[in-house]
Ligand binder design. Structure first.
Ligand code: NA7
Length: 549
């Protein structure tokens, strides 16, 4: 590839940012189309999320046989997952295997972060600059940065005064962290904190969990996958994947019941027990209206509250662990892999309720709350991410007329189908805001987006188009539709990262598309069938300029 910042001719056809699930598959598809591709990846290896999140207990909440690529028969034939839910090291190995199998490494620049991408209207190209001082021009600029890639650490007073060690779970050291005998504090009880807590309790001398909002964790019911089970999965692979593609969450599970209405207490209890035994996201498939109907949701939430009380010996601790302020599912439902609630029965584990007694500051020796000082050797921030938009906005992206993505999204993200942004020609955002993304099993949504983008570029090649851009009216409509659907659901009843509520000053907008994977896929297909309705194509940049419909 020639490095070129002179404008005029693009040095490569496409720059792809990120070498996780989406960046790897995107670069593979583009290369198959005969395009030259440059991938930039911040990490020293492939893996994306699964490169960075290597804290003890890190595991995917989607079942392994659907948390992978479906497009390559060879990859699926050669790879076997060892457990029902894949653990981080195994997923990372899988992505390394896929990158090698598809021979993708050569087009990736590792340890290289994209700092800016600027659209040059005269040349009709993107100029992409990296932290290594490289500058490359490209026709297409494709973000594969993931939805949960920009770690968020709250700005506690005197955070830097702490003299012990501190780590964010999403930047866990390669060689692990020695926790034996240490007094460890974990801040955060989201999916990550819940996976991490039992593991840290097993290793540390003493663990204090700083909980602001209690959560509803459902047992995942992890177990090894046997040969028979694998044979069964492989025999039905195509059908399983087709079901996943046309499902609610990108998972091939049937809803057990439409609603609780009309069922006896015993029937409801049996259904919930069945879901509880099935575990993981299968529990969420017990009643179809759990996220729509207050009555059903309250029944499900109360069932889970009772389950928490049953697992915790001390009634006072149990009540602190019982969520009452938000309905089940209005925040991302976490999974329990190792007796999360029972961890609080241990003598060497303390629950610090920082909703009741907030953290006031860090001190050289630990954490001060309004009630106590906690002496600590190590603090672990399981405090989540600047989700959905953080990693995109961390790059300075400038579209037409010097208009930046930050300006365009001042009031919250605004895309058409989560695939493109008006004012930013030839920019594609894989699993971008207003697509199902985090409300789905990611590989299913990633494959759909990558295929859609690659097919679109192929269409452009065949029609002689150089540029594509969403119409602003189409983006406007799509954002309203996403918001309208979210308003009909129970998501507004929680301060969640789905709505940007975890990061101070972030616009409070519901960001993923909540209408389900099937509905979304059909809409994307409809758009294509109608000649890419809502998009403008052109042979020159001006051909798509001012794309009002
Ligand atoms: P989450 O779900 O954002 O959880 C972050 C946790 O950190 C959550 O319990 C927060 O409490 C807590 N938090 C954040 N800021 C503070 C402050 N200032 N004080 C105390 N506690 C705080 O992130 P995860 O990494 O667990 O999960 C993210 C996704 O990654 C997950 O859903 C999967 O999709 C993969 P809060 O609830 O805001 O009161």
């Amino acid at each position: 590839m020639t490095r070129d910042d002179t404008g005029g001719t693009a040095a490569v056809d496409a720059v792809v940012v990120g070498a996780g699930f989406s960046g790897l598959y995107m670069s593979h598809r583009l290369r198959e189309l005969g395009l030259s591709v440059q991938v930039f990846e911040k990490a020293p290896d492939v893996g994306g999320t699964w490169y960075w999140n290597r804290y003890p207990g890190a595991r995917c909440d989607s079942e392994s046989h659907i948390y992978c690529y479906s497009f390559s028969e060879e990859i699926r034939e050669e790879w076997e997952w060892s457990e029902r839910y894949p653990e981080q090291p195994e997923i990372l190995d899988y992505l390394r295997f896929a990158a090698d199998h598809l021979d993708l490494r050569e087009q990736i620049s590792f340890e290289t972060a994209v700092e800016s991408a600027t659209f040059d209207e005269d040349a009709g190209t993107w100029t992409v600059e990296t932290d290594g001082g490289e500058s490359v021009t490209s026709r297409f600029f494709i973000s594969a940065v993931g939805c949960l890639s920009e770690p968020y650490t709250p700005d506690f007073d005197n955070r830097d005064a702490f003299e012990g060690e501190s780590y964010h779970t999403a930047r866990w050291p390669q060689n692990g962290v020695e926790l034996a005998g240490k007094r460890v504090g974990v801040i955060g009880t989201g999916s990550t904190g819940i996976q991490l807590t039992p593991e840290v309790a097993d290793r540390a001398g003493h663990l204090t969990v700083f909980q602001r909002t209690p959560n509803y964790a459902v047992p995942a019911r992890n177990r090894p996958l046997g040969d028979d089970e694998w044979a069964e999965i492989k025999a039905n692979y195509d059908e399983i994947w087709e079901d996943a593609r046309f499902s609610w969450l990108g998972m091939p599970f049937e809803m057990t019941h439409a609603t609780t209405a009309g069922l006896s207490d015993e029937e409801i209890r049996d259904a919930l027990e069945e879901g509880w035994q099935a575990g993981g996201f299968r529990f969420l498939h017990t009643f179809e209206d759990t996220l729509f109907n207050d009555d059903t949701n309250e029944i499900v939430s109360e069932f889970l509250r009772e389950k928490i009380r049953e697992q915790v010996d001390d009634p006072e601790t149990a009540e602190k662990l019982v969520p009452t302020a938000h309905p089940y599912g209005s925040k991302r439902p976490p999974m329990d892999y190792g007796g999360y609630y029972e961890t609080f029965n241990r003598e060497d584990v303390t629950l610090a309720d920082v909703a009741e007694n907030p953290i006031t500051e860090f001190t050289p020796e630990g954490i001060q709350t309004t009630a106590n000082h906690y002496d600590l050797d190590t603090v672990i921030f399981a405090t989540g991410f600047d989700a959905m938009t953080g990693a995109l906005l961390a790059m300075d992206i400038e579209g037409r007329d010097g208009y930046t993505l930050e300006e365009a999204w001042e009031g919250g993200p605004r895309t058409y189908l989560g695939l493109g942004v008006d004012g930013f020609p030839n920019l594609f955002t894989i699993t971008g805001p207003q697509s199902p993304s985090v409300l789905s099993n990611m590989p299913v949504s990633i494959e759909q987006h990558v295929d859609w983008i690659a097919d679109c570029i192929e269409y452009m090649q065949s029609e002689g188009y150089e540029y594509i851009e969403p119409q602003s009216a189409a983006a406007e409509r799509w954002v309203s539709q996403t918001n309208m659907l979210a308003d009909q659901m129970l998501f507004s009843e929680a301060e969640s990262w789905y709505r940007g509520a975890n990061v101070p000053d972030k616009p409070r907008v519901f960001t993923p598309f909540p209408g389900g994977v099937e509905t979304y896929r059909r809409e994307c297909e409809r758009v294509v069938e109608n000649g890419y309705e809502g998009f403008e194509f052109g042979q020159s940049v001006d051909g798509v300029a001012g794309s009002a419909d």
